[in-house]
Write a protein that binds this ligand. Structure first.
Ligand code: ACM
Length: 644
């Protein structure tokens, strides 16, 4: 196998998608055109993107050679050669459980493998959906809202609880003088965040004097009084930092839109969060984000006063965290590519790509986040979503397993089998290393989406099921409870997705669950005694598309959500009054399947992440969608300037 090149060959892929209707089955047609000057013979063609081909359904004019989740490889039927200028048309009929709904579902990366192992990268043209008018993929970030809705000239997101200010002060930078305990650290954190997010823009210097006073209030609360100088009151570093972020946002908006926004002369802002848990989850496994991108993302979450950074570090598609005891996890599990144990998936190119975070990088990230009022919550997703683990460490499989099961995403036999002794040792070792790197209170074990028929072909698992008198959910719970005890013994809290309660599950003491389907599940979990974080897919999964339009990118298996819908979603809806206290907060979830193109990330994540931040922070009585959407134009985005 020769090393794959990043360069595109003169090969072109066109796609044509016909959705199912009563009179017609769905059809996903591909046309591969050879514009090179050589005849391609006896080759294979591979592609991947968020959409998945169902390998049990018919293929026209091609032979299916291999499929792993969204990676598909086909060959020509017959003699199988493609002369210069020739095209090969083939099609998949019926796409199984997840029909394509958005242009970004289609193949995002494709290549040809020649008989001698040579790899030719194929250029992809945008696909066409026969039922939608022709269009162009929407990729730009939209500026929304009307500046005149900033009625008091204060553009702060999340909106502070109480704002009563007047006058406009012209010119000057923020000139803080460290005083009360924690204020010096807060100024340093503010400097780091603004330098990272707004390079070239000055925030600190001569001008508006800022004094810090200690005051007894909640850890995240702060008060600002505007006058000759600005006085920031808080109980410590986090409150002082949040006070500075509010001042930084006011200053920046006044500078960018002086006709609509102002830095007040007099008055007060009093502020404290509505919920104690305001999370941002990012799936670092489906796509590779560099350490620098991750640090920028952490700074953005801090600017939105989010206080829990949930790192989804492992998936079927990759393992991203260095583990000293198992170097194979990153040597093998962190990279995908043509001919590698993990093929290109989700738009990854044929050449080896990916990466992982070193222990030191993660330690530095945790320290930075903590400095900015954020706790980092690491997630190692077990026992499901472990395809990459099992490719890297085949010794964790039950050698006697004699049946295949598949995950919802189409990965075969992807769940750690608790009946295999090496699996228990693996989980203990990995979580011990994880807890050594992440000193915070919360450790997330995943627990989502274990297939209903997982382990049923494993004699060892069946024996354990008989011993505990249960089935698949009970075996999962057996595994998770053991892990939970280890996490509790280390003085930590176990986090899990809602499936952590399945089969008797993790007990509620010392645990929290993230409800991702709907508020009904959230309220049921609260009634069982769990602390619950709401992250309903239909409103808070930021990979879901903004509308049903084919030309909008993203997924829509959980629904679609406009900015307004995400903003207006009530996370307490359906919670009985007596269980509301167990709903500890909200979380934005960025799943990365469709983020191969970072412009898609930009369009989907911003500013919906800020809508969730405002729901988490601002009391109902101070919310206004019109004002919020006008203010979002001043917020930082991860890839601003990256696409020019
Ligand atoms: C999830 O969406 N599987 C947590």
């Amino acid at each position: 196998m020769s090393a794959a090149s990043n360069e595109f060959a003169d090969l072109r892929l066109d796609m044509h998608w016909t959705p199912p209707r009563e009179d017609r089955p769905c059809r996903y047609q591909m046309v591969l055109t050879n514009n090179t000057d050589r005849t391609l013979s006896d080759f294979q063609f591979a592609f991947c993107g968020p959409g998945r081909i169902d390998d049990r359904l018919p293929v026209d004019n091609a032979i299916l050679m291999r499929r792993l989740s969204n990676f598909t490889e086909v060959a020509m039927t017959g003699k199988g050669s493609l002369k210069p200028g020739e095209s090969w048309t083939f099609a998949f009929r019926g796409l199984g459980s997840q029909p394509f709904r958005h242009w970004s579902d289609m193949a995002r990366s494709a290549y040809v493998t020649l008989k001698n192992g040579e790899i030719l990268r194929v250029r992809i043209e945008n696909g066409i959906n026969a039922d939608f008018p022709p269009g162009v993929p929407k990729l730009d970030y939209d500026i929304l809202g009307d500046l005149k809705d900033l009625t008091d000239g204060i553009a702060v997101v999340p909106r502070p609880a109480h704002v009563a200010v007047s006058g406009a002060r012209l010119g000057g930078l923020l000139e803080p003088a460290a005083g009360a305990a924690g204020s010096a650290e807060a100024i340093t954190a503010f400097r780091q965040v603004t330098e990272r997010l707004f390079p070239g823009e000055a925030f600190l210097g001569k001008g508006i004097r800022i004094r810090f006073e200690a005051d007894a209030m909640g850890e995240e609360a702060y008060a600002l009084s505007f006058g000759e100088e600005v006085v920031v009151r808080a109980s410590g570093q986090t409150g002082f930092f949040y006070g500075l972020v509010t001042l930084g946002q006011i200053l920046r908006a006044a500078r960018m839109a002086p006709d609509a926004c102002r830095f007040p002369e007099t008055g007060r802002i009093e502020d404290a969060p509505r919920f104690s848990f305001r999370g941002a989850h990012i799936d670092l496994a489906r796509q590779w984000y560099s350490y620098d991108e991750l640090m920028d993302f952490a700074a953005i979450t801090a600017w939105n006063k989010l206080n829990r950074l949930h790192l989804h570090l492992t998936e079927d598609e990759a393992w991203r965290m260095e583990i000293a005891a198992y170097p194979e996890l990153t040597e093998i599990g962190a990279f995908r590519g043509a001919g590698l144990p993990l093929p290109p998936l989700l738009g990854a190119p044929p050449q080896r790509s990916g990466g992982f975070y070193t222990r030191q990088q993660l330690i530095d990230l945790v320290a930075f986040a903590r400095h900015c009022g954020m706790e980092t919550i690491p997630e190692i997703d077990v026992p499901g979503h472990c395809y990459a683990v099992l490719v890297a460490l085949p010794k964790l499989k039950d050698r006697g397993e004699n049946a295949e099961y598949r995950s919802i995403q189409g990965f075969p036999n992807n769940s750690l089998n608790n009946a295999v002794p090496e699996v228990r040792e693996f989980a203990d070792t990995v979580f011990d290393e994880l807890m050594a790197i992440f000193p915070g209170k919360w450790i997330h074990v995943g627990a989502d989406e274990v297939p209903d028929d997982a382990w049923l072909g494993s004699p060892a698992a069946k024996a354990r099921m008989a011993e505990i008198g249960g089935g698949v959910p009970e075996l999962q719970a057996d595994f998770l409870r053991r892990l939970h005890e280890r996490i509790r013994a280390a003085g930590r809290i176990t986090g899990a997705w809602e499936e952590g309660a399945h089969g008797g599950g993790i007990p509620p003491e010392g645990a929290y669950l993230v409800a991702w389907r709907d508020t009904k599940i959230g309220s049921e979990l609260a009634a069982k005694g769990y602390d619950v974080v709401m992250s309903p897919g239909q409103a808070y999964y930021l990979d879901m598309s903004r509308s049903t339009d084919w030309w909008e990118p993203g997924a829509s298996w959980a629904g679609v959500s406009s900015l307004e819908n995400t903003y207006r979603y009530d996370p307490l809806d359906g919670f009985a009054p007596e269980h509301r206290g167990r709903m500890i907060g909200v979380q934005a979830c960025i799943w990365s399947e469709s983020m191969a193109d970072r412009r898609i990330f930009q369009r989907l994540v911003f500013p919906r992440i800020s809508a969730i931040a405002e729901t988490g922070w601002t009391p109902e009585s101070s919310r206004s969608f019109a004002r919020f959407s006008a203010a979002t134009r001043f917020l930082p985005r991860l890839y601003d300037g990256a696409f020019k």
